[in-house]
Design a protein around this ligand. Structure first.
Ligand code: HEC
Ligand code: HEC
Length: 239
């Protein structure tokens, strides 16, 4: 048998699940381990991934935030580096590093109620992302991004994950149905804004920078208190 034939024979023997896991491991080792450690233990440039939810790991890659180009940079969302299949494989691998086999924290989206979603959105999201999801500066170098390019799935993930300084909303703060409704509302608003403005789906591409300075300071400290409060509820709803 030639070496190539031997390899093919071995591949044929390996069960598909094992292959998929190996592919995830290879992708992880090549693209993530230099910063997050070969076993997800973290390093002096990046946090550990052990114990992170599948939704968090999926979200970071699906929105193009990871793999980061440079450590310590607040990543501006870019097109994802991987296919959906590769993302799933890496998520499975990262979960396996923590000894977990399920990815149950991934959202299970259903069709939502736009009107109820709009109410929840203005209570919970508009103060940062703007009334129609067009984004806003939220202090320091933080920008609450325009939601036009976010998929319904990413919206649901972001709510549960709380990327960066965004608060995480647990199921006590927002039920899964509430999250369906919010995602439906954001997608509905974006579609209608797109109709009005042609290619532009509302707002400036990045964010409206620079509310009045004093108003902003007051708002920022108020937000801080609100954030702590939301985090408290979010954590209580952790499951
Ligand atoms: C160049 C270094 C670097 C590489 C490569 C990298 N990351 Fe990261 N990652 C970071 C840093 C720094 C943070 C923390 C700051 C942030 O969230 O942007 C982070 C944060 C994360 C988080 C959020 C962790 C938390 O505490 O909430 C996840 C999940 C993640 N990375 C997954 C990945 C995956 C999966 C890959 C490979 C596809 C990857 N990263 C590649 C540097 C890196
Ligand atoms: C305190 C301000 C704040 C609130 C409240 C908030 N967000 Fe965010 N959100 C942010 C910031 C800041 C980011 C960017 C985080 C990062 O990448 O570091 C973000 C990111 C996101 C993203 C990812 C967008 C992308 O293109 O990758 C989505 C989706 C999102 N938020 C949806 C929501 C929804 C829905 C709500 C309400 C339930 C909400 N946010 C409430 C500040 C906020």
């Amino acid at each position: 048998m030639t070496p190539a034939a031997a390899i093919l024979a071995l591949l044929a023997l390996a069960p598909p699940a094992a292959l998929a896991r190996d592919e995830g491991a290879v992708l992880y080792d090549t693209n993530c381990s230099s910063c997050h450690g070969i076993r997800g233990e973290g390093s002096n440039v990046a946090p550990p991934l052990i114990g992170k939810s599948a939704a968090a790991v999926h979200f970071m890659m699906d929105t193009g935030r990871m793999p980061a180009a440079v450590p310590g940079v607040n990543e501006i969302p870019r097109p994802p580096r991987f296919t959906q299949r590769q993302i799933d494989q890496i998520v499975t691998h990262v979960m396996s590093l923590a000894g977990e086999r399920s990815r149950r924290s991934l959202p299970m989206l259903q069709a939502g109620n736009v009107k109820h979603g709009g109410e929840l959105y203005s209570e919970n999201c508009a103060q940062c992302h703007g009334a129609v999801g067009d984004g806003a500066s939220v202090g320091a170098n933080n920008v609450a991004p325009n939601l036009a390019t976010a998929t319904a799935f990413q919206i649901a993930e972001a709510v549960r994950v709380g990327p960066g300084i965004m608060p995480r909303f647990g199921t006590k703060a927002l039920s899964d149905r509430d999250v369906d409704d919010i995602a439906a509302y954001v997608k509905d608003v974006e579609t209608r804004a797109g109709d009005l403005n042609g290619a532009n789906s509302g707002g400036l591409p990045l964010a409206h920078i620079g509310p009045a300075a004093e108003g902003f300071v007051a708002w920022f400290f108020g937000m801080g208190a609100l954030l702590l409060f939301i985090r408290a509820i979010g954590t209580a709803g952790n499951n």
